[in-house]
Design a protein around this ligand. Structure first.
Ligand code: NIG
Ligand code: FE
Length: 398
């Protein structure tokens, strides 16, 4: 007989965010004076403390808040090099451009496998310590067949949510032959990369890939069994949102500049059985000094909104979803409930996952204990570390 407890009662939770409106108040399904039972890596029970079933062991939340682990559906943590000076120059007025990506490409190609893995592991651990229990990770700083494939292998060592982004920018060797680069990405590079990835992504933006090239990339990926997602409308209005909705992408990310038609298209796409989520990346607009996307307009129109970090060395080097929530509430017109939902349940939708982003029975026991009485504190106390503990699959992970 093992003495590892089979079930654990997390007791005396001041506020439990379940994201299940059937269990509690509002869109986040908040239960006050709550308890949660974890068994076999899943949530077995969640509800008012007075009705909690017995369990083999007890953890005392001591009047604090429990939320689902953050689902960060957008990151680029496989890279080498440093672009802090580029950030400093931006803060003095130099505009952000997609061209900076090539700086990281050179450093990433020069790095050893061990170095890339150590950095990615370090950043994934940093994210975990801040409450992220599901993390999507993209390639996109290799841009050769071998460097994209090894980037995806590294990504696969830190997460199951791996995205092939060979179409991040045109590789420097193909500067005069962008069509040739799309041939490479949709041909030999896809052959080498598809087995290592779940998703295909493209940066559909002026300075990266136009609509036609982006469509080619996404369709080629889909033919190889990958699911589409899109970077779009980051630096200006463009075809990204429309294309994402047209191909049935799980998400279109950035959405900083949207036309009224884009907002309508996202609202329509929200009603589909497999919706296209608008994933907003507040850290990017913060770190590139752009205006923020109008989350209020999107939500009021009926679109589904997620928040993600976009952790990367260029446009946004934060891994903190708490920071993203604070900015989204302060500057993007989201309520604290909407922002917390977007960084948990919204991220899960953007990854087409039903097992994470909620704390109702049957969900994975991925949860965060906050040093705070409720989830409003994530936006109320910006910049203050408030993660007391993190459980992943029911096991204490931080
Ligand atoms: O999501 N938009 C494209 N790619 C990244 C930025 C990458 C970089 O600047 O290195 C992003 O913002
Ligand atoms: Fe990105």
């Amino acid at each position: 007989m093992s003495d590892v407890p089979v079930s654990i009662l997390i007791d005396d939770i001041a506020t439990l965010v379940t994201n299940d409106p059937a269990l509690g108040e509002g869109r986040v399904g908040a239960v006050e004076d709550a308890a949660l039972v974890v068994e076999g890596g899943e949530v077995a029970w969640a509800g008012p403390r007075g009705r909690a079933p017995a369990a083999d062991a007890r953890v005392d939340a001591a009047g604090r808040c429990v939320i689902p682990g953050f689902v960060d559906s957008h990151s680029h943590i496989v890279f080498a090099g440093d672009r802090s000076r580029e950030f400093a120059a931006r803060m003095s007025g130099t505009p952000y451009s997609a061209g900076g990506i090539r700086t990281t490409v050179a450093a990433t190609r020069a790095a050893s496998d061990a170095d890339l893995l150590a950095r990615a592991r370090g950043l994934a651990a940093e994210a975990r310590a801040q409450g992220t229990t599901t993390l999507e990770v993209k390639s996109g700083y290799g841009l050769t067949v071998a460097d994209e494939a090894r980037s995806l292998e590294v990504a696969g060592r830190v997460t199951d949510e791996v995205t092939f982004l060979g179409a991040h920018v045109v590789a420097p060797e193909y500067a005069d032959d962008p069509q040739g680069y799309v041939d490479l990405v949709t041909g030999p590079m896809l052959d080498a990369c598809a087995p290592h990835a779940r998703w295909i992504d493209v940066f559909c933006e002026r300075g990266a890939f136009d609509e036609q090239a982006s469509r080619r990339v996404l369709e080629a990926g889909v033919r190889r069994g990958l699911l589409p997602r899109v970077h779009g409308n980051q630096l200006g209005e463009g075809p990204g949102v429309r294309l994402a909705v047209e191909v049935g992408a799980a998400s279109v990310d950035h959405c900083t500049y949207l036309s009224a038609e884009d907002v309508d298209a996202l609202a329509q796409a929200a009603g589909r059985p497999e919706p296209t989520v608008a994933t907003l990346l507040p850290g990017v607009d913060f770190s590139t000094r752009q205006s923020y996307p109008d989350a209020r307009a999107l939500i009021d129109a009926g679109a589904l909104v997620a928040l993600a970090s976009d952790c990367n060395p260029g446009s946004c080097f934060t891994s903190s979803l708490a920071f993203c929530i604070a900015v989204a509430v302060r500057d993007m017109g989201m309520t604290p409930d909407e922002a917390v939902w977007a960084a948990t349940a919204g991220g899960a939708l953007a990854l087409r996952r039903t097992d994470v982003g909620r704390l109702s029975p049957g969900a994975r026991a991925d949860l965060v204990l906050l040093d705070a009485p409720n989830h409003l504190y994530l936006a109320y106390r910006p910049g203050v570390p408030q993660v007391a503990a993190v459980w992943k699959d029911g096991v204490l992970a931080h």
